[in-house]
Ligand binder design. Structure first.
Ligand SMILES: *[C@@H]1O[C@H](CO)[C@@H](O)[C@H](O)[C@H]1NC(C)=O
Length: 390
C-alpha cells in the first residue's frame, strides 16, 4: 500500500473517531451557577466539562471569564440576563450595548447560541414587589432580539426566558395542562414571539418538589425514572412512567390550549439535591444519583415525551457545583454534581465515564488531553499496523 492511500485511510479513521467521540456526548447540558466563594477557575471547569463530554452549558449571567475560558471548545452556551436587568433591556441603546459587551466579542470562538432574559419572573418575589417586570419582560426580550438583528447575530443566537413550572395552574393529568389565569395575558404574547422568531420555551422542572411536598402520595420510583406502573392520562390514553415527562407534556398541553403547537420546549433546569433540611424528604445522595443516572440514560435514548415521541427534549441539569452562598433551605446549596474541589458528589455511572463509573476528578488541562491522545494514538497504531500488513 503506498503512503497517500495510507494517509487517506488515517484521515478517515480520524473522521470516524471524531464522529464516535461526538455521539458519546453525555447528552444533557448543565447549569453552571456561581453563587459560591470556593469554585474552581473557569479554565479548570472547561477541562472538567470536556472530560465529561458535556457540550451544552447554561449560565445565569454572561461572565466574560467563563466565555473566554471556553473559546475554541465545542461547548454551546446559553447566557443570561438577570431579572434585575429586565427594565434596562427595554431601552434599545442599553440592550445593544449589552449585546456588544457580553455576546458579540466572544463569537464565534465561544458558541453562544441563546440569551435568557430573566429567570422565573412569573411568581417570583421580585415580581410581587415590582409587578412592572412582568409587563417589561416581553418588551425586553424583543429589544434584545432587535439588537441581535441589527448586529447581524439573530440567526446564531436565540432569545428566550426561563419559567418555573408554577406558571401552570394544572399539570395533572398532562392533557389538563393550563397556564395560571393571572399569567396568561403575559404568556400568550410571549408564545407568539417564540413562534415568530423560532426560539424555544424554557421550563425549570423539579419532580423533587412534588415528591418532597407529598412523599406519601407520590411514588418515588415514578419521580426517579425507576421501573413502576406509571399512570395513564384518561383523556389521551398516553402512558407516563416518569413525572418529568408528564410535566413537559402538561406544558405542551398548556401551549396548545393557547393555540401554539409551533414552539419547542427545553428543560432549562432539572435536578435533585443530595442533601436537605430535615423536612426536605428525599434529599439524599442515593436519590440524587438515581435521578441523574436515569435521566441521562433517558436522554441518551434520544426519544421525546409521550405527546411528542419524535421530538427529543434538550435538558439542562441543575447544577454543576454545590453553591455555598445560595440562600434558602439546605437543599439549595446541595444540587451540585460536584463539590467545589472537583470531587463527584455521587456516581453518575453513565456510559463514557471514568473507569469506576465516577465522574473524573477535576484534572489540569494537560492530563486529560494526554489520556485522550494516548487512546487515540493506540487506536491509530493498531490501524496503521493493520494497513501495513494489507
Ligand atoms: C433556536 O431555537 C430553536 C427552537 O428550539 C432551535 O431549533 C434552534 O436550533 C435554536 N438556534 C440556535 C442558534 O441554537
Amino acid at each position: 500500500m503506498d503512503s497517500p492511500i495510507r494517509f487517506r485511510a488515517l484521515f478517515f479513521l480520524l473522521l470516524i473517531l471524531g464522529f464516535v467521540v461526538e455521539i458519546q456526548s453525555l447528552g444533557v447540558g448543565i447549569n453552571y451557577g456561581q453563587i459560591a466563594n470556593n469554585l474552581p477557575s473557569p479554565q479548570r471547569v472547561a477541562v472538567l466539562l470536556q472530560s465529561l463530554r458535556i457540550n451544552k452549558v447554561k449560565l445565569y449571567d454572561a461572565d466574560p471569564n467563563v466565555l473566554r475560558a471556553f473559546a475554541n471548545t465545542n461547548v454551546e452556551f446559553i447566557v443570561g440576563l438577570g431579572n434585575e436587568h429586565i427594565s434596562d433591556m427595554t431601552d434599545p441603546t442599553k440592550a445593544e450595548a449589552w449585546v456588544k459587551q457580553y455576546v458579540q466579542p466572544f463569537l464565534p470562538q465561544t458558541k453562544i447560541t441563546c440569551i435568557t432574559v430573566g429567570n422565573e419572573v412569573f411568581g417570583s418575589n421580585l415580581a410581587n414587589a415590582q409587578p412592572e417586570i412582568m409587563t417589561n419582560l416581553l418588551p425586553a426580550m424583543k429589544t434584545v432580539y432587535n439588537a441581535l438583528v441589527s448586529l447581524g447575530l439573530s440567526s446564531q443566537v436565540n432569545v428566550t426566558t426561563a419559567h418555573s413550572l408554577t406558571i401552570l395552574s394544572s399539570s395533572y393529568p398532562p392533557s389538563s395542562g393550563v397556564f395560571r389565569e393571572d399569567f396568561a395575558s403575559y404568556i400568550k404574547p410571549i408564545l407568539d414571539f417564540h413562534a415568530q422568531v423560532k426560539s424555544p420555551f424554557l421550563i425549570n422542572a423539579y419532580p423533587f418538589f412534588a415528591y418532597k411536598d407529598n412523599p406519601n402520595e407520590v411514588s418515588l420510583d415514578y419521580v426517579l425514572f425507576k421501573p413502576n406502573q406509571g399512570m395513564v392520562d384518561p383523556v389521551t390514553n398516553l402512558h407516563y412512567d416518569n413525572m418529568l415527562y408528564a410535566q413537559i407534556d402538561a406544558v405542551y398541553a398548556a401551549m396548545k390550549a393557547m393555540g401554539h403547537s409551533d414552539v419547542d420546549i427545553k428543560i432549562s433546569e432539572t435536578g435533585w439535591p443530595s442533601k436537605g433540611d430535615e423536612n426536605e424528604v428525599g434529599a439524599n445522595p442515593q436519590n440524587a444519583g438515581e435521578y441523574h443516572r436515569n435521566l441521562i440514560s433517558r436522554v441518551q435514548q434520544d426519544k421525546g415525551t409521550p405527546m411528542k415521541p419524535s421530538v427529543p427534549i434538550d435538558i439542562f441539569v441543575f447544577a454543576l457545583f454545590n453553591e455555598n452562598m445560595k440562600p434558602g433551605p439546605a437543599s439549595e446549596r446541595n444540587y451540585g454534581l460536584f463539590y467545589p474541589d472537583g470531587r463527584p458528589v455521587y456516581s453518575l455511572g453513565a456510559q463514557g465515564q471514568g473507569p469506576q463509573g465516577y465522574l473524573p476528578e477535576l484534572v489540569y488541562s494537560s492530563a486529560s488531553k494526554v489520556q485522550v491522545m494516548t487512546i487515540l494514538g493506540f487506536l491509530i497504531f493498531i490501524v496503521m499496523g493493520f494497513l501495513i500488513h494489507v
